[in-house]
Ligand binder design. Structure first.
Ligand code: GN1
Ligand code: MG
Length: 357
């Protein structure tokens, strides 16, 4: 075991003695490890290196997570649930801080590992999509009365106006010298610019209200128990104020895709309408009492909005020379761009049916 990692794990107020720390993999942004304590063969904690380039304000981020999970715990307790399983539990350092800054400048945080839980990468049944929608809807509903200020952990995260500022800059700078070869892909972004800004204007004017949202609602960020019931939403790094529709849109982007996010065979990529319907039903089972008529009207478009934004983000990272997302091979971000664009066009083709549902 890496003694550096061991030393970091030892900074936290863990119960017992550490037996081992192992990599858990996954995520594009942070590095995630599990901590197993002596006398047990199962992990007791999750240790994460928080990506400080992506999250410039780690203290603000951890403070958000602390307060949001505290709020949810009170809700779970009032409903007779288990507050240690139905939301994340942040474990402070021995000094009482919510994160640890190591000598090399890296930032670390620990939460309790929720035992007997599962995550899924693909929504291959409508039942699973419904449950995921329910989980995300419950998270938003539990936080509907959370009125404390929250740090904006990534500035303009799902704000397409800010994304266009970054985009224009990236295309102008052409850091990796790739722009000349990308005229078709850049055209995909430009041809929809006004339409996407029109949606965001509704957030700017208040026509679509701000709520406490998760902002990274892919299926693998929903934790299930072994019986298939949702325990809680995990990966709360991007929890902040936005429109509720961004959570729906990001989930639709992830759940309804019949292919992988980075699928090379575009014939495999499309939007599954049955999964769409099931997700929306699950979500509305929790959130319908809170949503305005305008929010409900815009549910279908939210899928297009976030999928478009993801096309832009992958392509922008490719233009910038792959500085944001972890990549596994040279053109990975371009492959992701094409696969997400295929999904976007599939949503556009089925938009009338989405609205009907
Ligand atoms: C990133 O790190 P991960 O896998 O939770 C990204 C999301 C993207 C997603 C694409 C903070 O999520 O916004 O939708 O990759 N998170 C951040 O798979 O940028
Ligand atoms: Mg994430």
């Amino acid at each position: 075991m890496d003694p550096k990692i061991m030393k970091i794990a030892e900074q936290f107020a863990l119960e017992g003695e550490i037996a081992s720390v192992n990599s858990l993999g996954a995520g594009f942004i942070n590095d995630t490890l599990t901590i197993t304590m002596k006398g047990s063969d199962r992990p007791a904690y999750i240790l994460q290196r928080k990506n400080h380039n992506v999250f410039p304000d780690v203290p603000g981020m951890m403070d958000n997570i602390w307060r949001v999970t505290k709020h949810i715990k009170a809700k779970v307790e009032a409903a007779g649930g288990d507050p240690m399983r139905e939301t994340l539990t942040v474990v402070p350092t021995k000094d009482g801080a919510l994160y640890y800054k190591a000598d090399d400048g890296t930032y670390w945080a620990v939460c309790v590992f929720i035992k007997d839980s599962v995550t899924y990468d693909h929504a291959d049944s409508t039942a699973l999509a419904y449950k995921g929608g329910e989980g995300c809807g419950r998270f938003q509903a539990q936080l509907a009365d959370f009125k404390e200020p929250l740090a904006e952990t990534i500035k303009g995260f799902h704000n397409i106006r800010i994304r266009f500022d970054q985009w224009d800059e990236a295309v102008k700078n052409d850091a990796a010298g790739r722009v000349a070869s990308l005229s078709e892909e850049i055209g995909w972004i430009e041809s929809r610019r006004e339409k996407m800004l029109d949606f965001w204007k509704m957030v700017e004017t208040g026509e679509l209200p701000l709520r406490v949202t998760h902002n990274d609602t892919k299926l693998s960020n929903v934790l299930f128990d072994k019986e298939g019931e949702v325990l809680c939403m995990i990966d709360l790094d991007t929890c902040m104020l936005s429109t509720a529709l961004n959570d729906v849109g990001d989930a639709l982007r992830s759940y309804t895709n019949t292919g992988a996010e980075d699928e090379k065979d575009l014939g495999k990529v499309s939007m599954d309408l049955d999964i769409y319907k099931a997700y929306i039903q699950g979500y509305l089972s929790q959130m319908r009492p809170y949503l305005t008529a305008k929010e409900i009207e815009m549910l279908p478009f939210s899928g297009l909005y976030i999928t478009y934004e993801q096309v832009l983000r992958f392509l922008m990272d490719y233009i910038n020379g792959d500085t944001y997302y972890k990549t596994a091979y040279a053109d990975h971000n371009l492959v992701r761009t094409h696969a997400q664009y295929k999904l976007l066009t599939s949503m556009e083709e089925q938009f009338a049916q989405m609205q009907e549902i």
